[in-house]
Design a protein around this ligand. Sequence first.
Ligand SMILES: CC(C)(COP(=O)(O)OP(=O)(O)OC[C@H]1O[C@@H](n2cnc3c(N)ncnc32)[C@H](O)[C@@H]1OP(=O)(O)O)[C@@H](O)C(=O)NCCC(=O)NCCS
Length: 181
Amino acid sequence: MFSRAINNSTKIALSIPQFANELFALTDQNRSMLRQWLPWLDNTLEPKDTRNFISQQLAQFAQSKALHTTLFHHGNIAGVLAFNSIDSSNKTGHIGYWLGADFHGKGIMTECVKDLMEIGEKYFSLQRFEIRCAVENTKSRAIPERLGFKEEGTLRRVEKVNELWYDHVVYGKLTNKLAPH
Ligand SMILES: CC(C)(COP(=O)(O)OP(=O)(O)OC[C@H]1O[C@@H](n2cnc3c(N)ncnc32)[C@H](O)[C@@H]1OP(=O)(O)O)[C@@H](O)C(=O)NCCC(=O)NCCS
């Protein structure tokens, strides 16, 4: 429901609270891997935390301020891909993502991010996409690099994850033409 096929094996669907149990289970299985890079794991301790987060994101979606999608691979939840925020004044989408470890190394996320940008351009008239990655997060950085983003600079000591401070590389990609509205 409310989904978009990426290819024969992968789809993304608007995240709804009904996905929370399965999405939380995947989060829990991958907790230590995700916790290295994402700051919210210690606040996501039971399915209701995932459910609440999805509900908040849906409220943001209703105001065109975010788009949180759940990624399915062969019918199972494999991860998350989102416009964590949409700046509608400046027509910019801030992209975030994660995948369960069983789904790494297959090119799934790179392909889905490409598709999300098409959605952003077509339905939200976005003209700029931004991805921020910790300097050390080479797997995450490889995604914008594969998709032709430009490395625009580094924000110093901008995020604390697990008591460690990280610098972020900012990647930006512009659409070929500006949307008319
Ligand atoms: C970031 C993350 C989603 C990247 O996962 P990933 O599997 O490397 O990314 P993709 O799905 O795009 O797959 C790319 C890999 O598949 C391989 N691949 C296979 N077929 C491919 C194809 N058709 N196209 C592109 N890559 C392909 C690539 O070579 C690459 O593997 P490599 O790194 O061993 O070279 C994952 O590492 C993750 O969830 N990390 C934790 C959360 C996180 O850091 N989020 C980002 C915060 S900024």
